[in-house]
Design a protein around this ligand. Structure first.
Ligand code: SAH
Length: 431
């Protein structure tokens, strides 16, 4: 049952869209559990509650509606922001978490798990109705929607952040075309994001999603990782750790070489097709696995995607070629081909770790969202001097977040002595 909550009918703010507001208690329990694993964000939340850096700002956010996102929302609201949140992916929304963000944080939430395309875009529209001053995006859906359909909103917007690789790529393309109209800070490009979130977050939850979807034994299996970016590196590392033989396919010679010297087999996807037991696409591009590849796979091969959109695997072509389709386990659909062979597609070719597992764990999102919250603060303080382009997240933000995470782990590191600093900075010093 879908209810529109009407708690704010009296205000001029848009109404939220939730599965059921009564799920809020269950959501709060989970959010608090995550919070206990997000110490960097917790410390920031306290600081923001005192200094209120976001007073007067209206933030529109499009993110996975998870417990980790809830804790970043808490930091932004503690800092004085008015916030509206919609889902970046209908399958990753946790309905109870959405209900708690609405009730306990006073943010306006537009997110219903599993909703159709039409409702999804109504939710995007819902957050834009707050007439945002700041955009917090995951996949550039808000950014493209505003530029394409709502240019009237641009005059209020001081800038935005973008959390994922594919979104940053899209926004850079907008900037190249001269189409981007406000400054964007690419959270994804911060070292405290992609080195950890993309590698260890995606690495772990991709395996988690595959195992929940299939319960196969990875030890002794052959896992083909299509794409060796930060996410692909993480998936390959974790699959190998579970005893799988890993094959990497790539289009970039440097990454292919890196995979080879990391001890993995490297070949084309054509060559890998008949060899793999499990295939994972992590390319950020389309058509990484085509019907022709699937027709050459072993019967029972598992095919999953952990890249941004559901365009990496030729799902529609598979469905068309199949003689039957049956969901044999949650998030696992068996397609039978005319030669009797079966292909197991996980999570409809959408992000497997998000849809069939629980997205990235709190410990890693702690760094991503602390980086992002500080980037939003930086925007508030500096946007006036930033051109409408993609800028770098300042190094001090990365260092602050990394240091805070080390502190939380109770890890001390060495400091450079004066003579070491001199050695590193003075070109006159010889050997
Ligand atoms: N927006 C796209 C895909 C982006 S998924 C879609 O929904 O299809 C990749 C992004 O999700 C990463 O940049 C990561 O930071 C974010 N993410 C992963 N786990 C998350 C979590 N638990 N909560 C919020 N965001 C998460």
């Amino acid at each position: 049952m879908t209810r529109l909550s009407n708690t704010r009918k009296e205000s001029t703010r848009p109404m939220s869209m939730l599965r059921d507001p009564l799920l809020a208690d269950a959501g709060k329990l989970k959010i608090d559990y995550s919070a206990s694993r997000m110490p960097v964000l917790a410390a920031l939340t306290e600081r923001f509650a005192e200094s209120k850096p976001f007073l007067g700002q209206r933030i529109a956010a499009c993110l996975h509606v998870t417990t980790e996102t809830a804790n970043m929302c808490k930091a932004l609201v503690a800092g004085g922001a008015e916030l509206a949140l919609c889902a970046s992916n209908p399958l990753s929304t946790k309905d109870d978490v959405a209900a708690s963000i609405q009730r306990d944080l006073g943010a306006e939430v537009f997110a219903i798990r599993g909703c159709d395309r039409d409702t999804f875009y109504k939710q995007v529209q819902g957050v834009l109705d707050i007439r945002p001053t700041i955009i917090v995006d995951d996949g550039a859906d808000l950014t493209t929607k505003i530029h394409n359909d709502h240019p009237e909103l641009l005059e209020n917007i001081i800038g935005g952040t973008e959390v994922t690789s594919t979104g940053v790529l899209r926004i850079r393309n907008m900037a190249k075309d001269g189409a981007l109209r406000y400054p964007v800070l690419p959270t994804n490009d911060a070292a405290t994001k992609h080195l950890f979130d993309n590698r260890y977050g995606t690495g772990q939850n991709t395996i988690d999603g595959i195992l929940r979807g299939t319960n196969i034994l990875l030890a002794g299996s052959t896992v083909v990782v299509v794409g060796y970016g930060w996410c692909g590196r993480g998936v390959a590392m974790r699959a190998r750790g579970m005893g799988a033989q890993v094959i990497v396919t790539e289009v970039d010679p440097i990454r292919a070489l890196e995979a080879k010297l990391d001890g993995l087999q490297v070949m084309t996807i054509d060559q890998a097709a008949p060899l793999g037991d499990v295939f994972v696409t992590v390319t950020g591009n389309r058509d990484a696995i085509t019907l022709a590849h699937m027709q050459r796979m072993r019967s029972g091969a598992v095919v999953a995607n952990s890249g941004h959109f559901d365009v990496e695997i030729a799902v529609a072509a598979l469905a068309e070629a199949a003689v039957s389709r049956q969901e044999i386990r949650p998030n696992c659909v068996e397609y039978k081909l005319s030669d009797g062979k079966s292909i197991l597609l996980l999570a409809e070719g959408r992000l497997v770790g998000q849809a069939a597992a629980e997205a990235h764990p709190a410990e890693v999102m702690d760094m991503t969202f602390a980086t992002q919250a500080l980037a939003v603060k930086y925007l508030v303080e500096n946007a006036a001097g930033l051109s409408p382009d993609v800028h770098e997240i300042p190094r001090w933000i990365e260092n602050t977040v990394a240091q805070a995470k080390l502190d939380a782990y109770g890890i001390q590191i060495d400091r450079l002595t004066d003579s070491q600093t001199g050695y590193l900075t003075d070109w006159r010093v010889g050997t």
